[in-house]
Ligand binder design. Structure first.
Ligand SMILES: C[S@@+](CC[C@H](N)C(=O)[O-])C[C@H]1O[C@@H](n2cnc3c(N)ncnc32)[C@H](O)[C@@H]1O
Length: 252
């Protein structure tokens, strides 16, 4: 199983990332005259993103270090009837160029990955190299400022302080994550990969991070909640304190 922390996975995924990925898949389809978009999901784990994308008609290669996660992915793909569109590959992002063709994917995902790898700059450069020219790289990662505020609200002030003062936004040796990003550090990281041009930097699950759940406002439908989440995620000040940050960059 993917060992995603709650911070990485979120109680519910934000609508903004789904919308951006749907737009990418639609763009590839339009440009390829209806052909199957080629998706590479690095650190794709048990298929949270890969299986729905395969169900939407994409061909998806999932690279992950964990055999257990890949076994769960295979089971989920089978249950969803998309086995033939999902290729699991066991391997490390550090060796991506040996595992998948350079420039072979229309859409490359690195979701929940940069906060756990040894070298996030090298990992992002690897994701970029795997994308076709004109293709997109989607990065979803844990937000440092959202993590800080959530610890403050939980009364865990010592941990909140460590998250704030540690150079990488790591709360200490017990922290399952090696680092957390803010919009500035994530944008800088992507800006350091010359082949990428950042098109989108937004929050993910912005509402999810702060909304205590249904209360007196029983009129709000799930669709309206998603719309509100998407609106909030696009506002820089709100996106910056979202549980996760989403970056979409185009391969030049
Ligand atoms: C938090 S899970 C994210 C799963 C999925 N992408 C998602 O967003 O739900 C992180 C995944 O990255 C994998 N992983 C960790 N380090 C990796 C590396 N160096 N190369 C490839 N995969 C890695 C883990 O095995 C795990 O499945």
């Amino acid at each position: 199983m993917c060992s995603a922390t709650r911070e990485q996975a979120g109680a519910a995924r934000g609508a903004a990332v789904h919308r951006a990925l749907e737009a990418e898949v639609g763009r590839v389809r339009a440009e390829a005259g209806g052909g199957s978009p080629r998706v590479l999901d690095v650190g794709g784990g048990s298929g949270t993103w890969a299986v729905p994308l395969a169900a939407a008609g994409c061909t998806v290669t999932v690279v992950d270090t964990s055999p257990n996660a890949l076994a769960t992915l295979a089971r989920r793909a089978r249950e969803a009837g998309v086995t033939e569109r999902v290729t699991p590959v066991q391997g490390d992002v550090d060796a991506l160029a040996d595992l998948v063709p350079v420039g072979g994917a229309d859409l490359v995902l690195g979701h929940g990955l940069l906060e756990v790898v040894d070298d996030p700059r090298a990992a992002l450069a690897g994701l970029a190299a795997a994308a076709a020219t004109g293709g997109a790289v989607s990065v979803l990662t844990v937000g440092r400022h959202g993590a800080f505020l959530s610890r403050v609200m939980a009364g865990r002030l010592a941990e909140a302080r460590r998250l704030l003062v540690d150079p990488d936004g790591c709360a200490g040796p017990e922290d399952p994550l090696r680092r957390r990003f803010d919009p500035g550090t994530l944008g800088e990281l992507a800006g350091g990969v010359p082949s990428l041009r950042v098109e989108l930097l937004q929050g993910d699950g912005t509402l999810d991070g702060w909304w205590p759940g249904p209360s007196g406002d029983g009129e709000t439908t799930p669709r309206e909640i998603n719309e509100l989440d998407e609106l909030a995620s696009a506002v820089p000040a709100l996106g910056a304190v979202a549980p996760r940050l989403h970056l979409l960059a185009r391969r030049q």
